[in-house]
Write a protein that binds this ligand. Sequence first.
Ligand code: ATP
Ligand code: MG
Length: 553
Amino acid sequence: MSATDSSAPSNFIRHIIATDLANHKNQGKVATRFPPEPNGYLHIGHAKSICLNFTLAIENQGTCNLRFDDTNPEKESIEYMESIERDVLWLGFTWAAKYHASDYFEQLYDYAIQLIKQGDAYVDSSSPEQIRADRGTLTEPGKESPDRQRSIAENLDLFTRMRAGEFADGAYVLRAKIDMTSPNVNMRDPTIYRIRRVHHQRTGNDWCLYPMYDYTHCISDALEGITHSICTLEFEDHRPLYDWVLDKLQTPCHPQQIEFARLQLEYTIVSKRKLLQLVTEKHVNGWSDPRMPTISGLRRAGFTPEAIRNFCERIGVTKKDSWIEMGVLENCIRENLNEHAPRAMAVLKPLRVVISNWETDKTETYQIANHPQKPELGSREVTFSNTIFIEQDDFAENPPKDFKRLTTGSEVRLRGSYVIKCDEVIKDAEGNVIALHCSYDPATLGKNPEGRKVKGVIHWVSAAHSFTAELRLYDRLFSHPNPDTLDNFLDGLNPNSLEILSDCRLEASLATATPDTRYQFERTGYFCVDSEDSTPEKPVFNRTVTLRDSWVK
Ligand code: ATP
Ligand code: MG
């Protein structure tokens, strides 16, 4: 599979697996899984986990499953599941098998019966508030519930009736019977089942009883024969519970849970809950808004799967929390597009230029290479005519020192074409420059003029051989590097994260551009067609990233 790079640096999880293989643990098998909860779209943090799990499997001729952790039906949906599948495939990975925690509801129930029969679980009628109050704190032990001593027979009877729907939501829970004095709060008789009458996207109304995450996760791993269950650091304190459940149940396989530090990325948010808030409160235009750190947002912005995989390799895998600079992600896509994206010319803020010594109806067509270093990317036709557009910024009537572009009486080279000289500036009644009259030097096509230097080269398009398009210039969604540290993360939003330019002029060859081709618009940035809003009548392009990092401190 192409999605790996064998020269990638090692990490502690690779070492653990290598040791396990050397010791013939798990019969020399490696089985991992990526277990998202379908309660939102995947983000760049998930990409780290996806790359890690799938790559470890691929490197060791193992398998990686996709498993939907769908035990919270209120927050989950089929739409989210479909988006997750699309994103994993797009990143370049194929799961060995696809499962849902809900596939195991019956087995999970049977295992709960087993725990009850062993005296390892009990039905508690305490209210959720009471259970919370009795849980104790980090410094104080918890208090045992009076129901802890309920007989096995009575527990079995109550639990069966909980399933049968005889009790109201919240009337009872099933708890693991572990140790209310454990220094690890997670081991203080955690709830493993609760009554909740809610429609499930896959099992409909079959169940009014849903298992809790910690209980479900380890058993799902075991049922799938997962060898290495990789999760983020916040689950470290849950590992004793993971092991307790599997030990008590004597499942045929006991996966090893390994924790790593989650990705934290500056100038953005990687929490589905907060991303959902951005969507529902319309701070962005949906989950796939190109400013979103979601996989679908990055894709729509023009990111490539290679760039994201590269990023995940580059940031590495450790056990220590750290912040990654946004520039690292941006550089990955910049390098990727610099190498692969064909070049094209687009004028963002057009200024009309009439070439006075060029015959009105005459045109001249050039072949311009699509990539300066990659002849295999071919060339395209670019036509020159009597009226062209250049950037307003490439002309200055009163230029600053060292201005190398066009000024009154000075010369500039048009990329791939002639040297022109500005003879006259045309202004409107208010004194705004609305056009230039220039003359071209016929001796300068593809060569330097004799006896003088022309330093500047600017991009341009022919008025008759270009079309109008909307360009969306995206910037970082947050202007605060760590919005998560603010009382309200919304206060860190960048008010200028989107600038829309609706009268840009693009060279004719771009009329057939499709969303999966990314371009370098010379001198202005990397762009691609917007996959959702672009139409032949009104083409829309998104800026993926600027040519250079403009956020350098
Ligand atoms: P969120 O807080 O955004 O909802 P989550 O951890 O609850 O994240 P899940 O859908 O449960 O989201 O995650 C699926 C997998 O992706 C888990 O194994 C989780 O550890 C991993 N994951 C989630 N966020 C990150 C992150 N920022 N960096 C690395 N891995 C992550
Ligand atoms: Mg989660």
